[in-house]
Design a protein around this ligand. Sequence first.
Ligand SMILES: Nc1nc2c(c(=O)[nH]1)N[C@H]1C(S)=C(S)[C@@H](COP(=O)(O)O)O[C@H]1N2
Ligand SMILES: [Mo]
Length: 264
Amino acid sequence: MTDDDIIIAHADALRKAIAENDVNVDREVRRLSRRGFIVAGAAAVAAYGGWKFLRLASREGDVPWPLRRGLETNEKLSETYFRTARLSRTFPASAITNARINGGVGLQPNYDPANWRLRVEGIAGQPPATLTLSDVKSFPRRDMTTELRCIEGWSIVVHWTGTRLADLMAKFSPPSGTRYVAMESPGRGYYVGLDMLSCLHPQTLLAYELNGAPLTWQHGAPLRLAMPVKYGYKQIKRIETIRYTDVRPADFWGDRGYDWYAGH
Ligand SMILES: Nc1nc2c(c(=O)[nH]1)N[C@H]1C(S)=C(S)[C@@H](COP(=O)(O)O)O[C@H]1N2
Ligand SMILES: [Mo]
């Protein structure tokens, strides 16, 4: 096999995983509307008690202490959910609330989005790729109405439009077996570290619209992460760099004592 063959095989495998996820999405959404929550398989059933506990605790405001205390446990739990294609709840349009602005680290109001480019580093056998916003928009357009939950104790329902990160990753593939994805805003003002499974999740979007309008600079124009399976602090605004890596990337709030994984 040449390097090209390996890249193509990997992209095909990703595409297949995404296609299978689409089937799961339909099935799980049906379950959701029927039952109000997902119990997808024996593994998730076993983990459900722990998951419920974390959720209840996180409703009590500030940093949920079980997340801090049980980093490894939380990571294992969350990975179990993704293996069983756990989906975040989706909502009808009538549930959409006003967006809320929170966290301006690394966002300059005078930033000119016209000069913005997305850089993807660590692609298998390739130099870094540089994409314009229209390049990003050339992937299938995805819409979802999901909850944005901040650990400060509030949550809102918002409508996101964007490109599935998994679609972009199928074209600009990481080397097979890559474990993490790092994302940075310009000048590394804000940065997040993400596990590969969450990045390939069907509800993880590189979003360019919020509630039907292009992102404003406060919400991270021109491109930010929408990732309802994680708390708000992982959903980096104004992404400039995406990097594949096997070393667990540092994370802005992780460096300040919050849970690195931040699933909920
Ligand atoms: N660049 C950048 N992205 C960021 C933050 C930030 O301070 N800087 N804050 C995060 C936090 S804590 C939350 S809750 C969400 C809020 O997104 P919103 O302002 O669009 O509601 O953005 C996240 N992404
Ligand atoms: Mo947040």
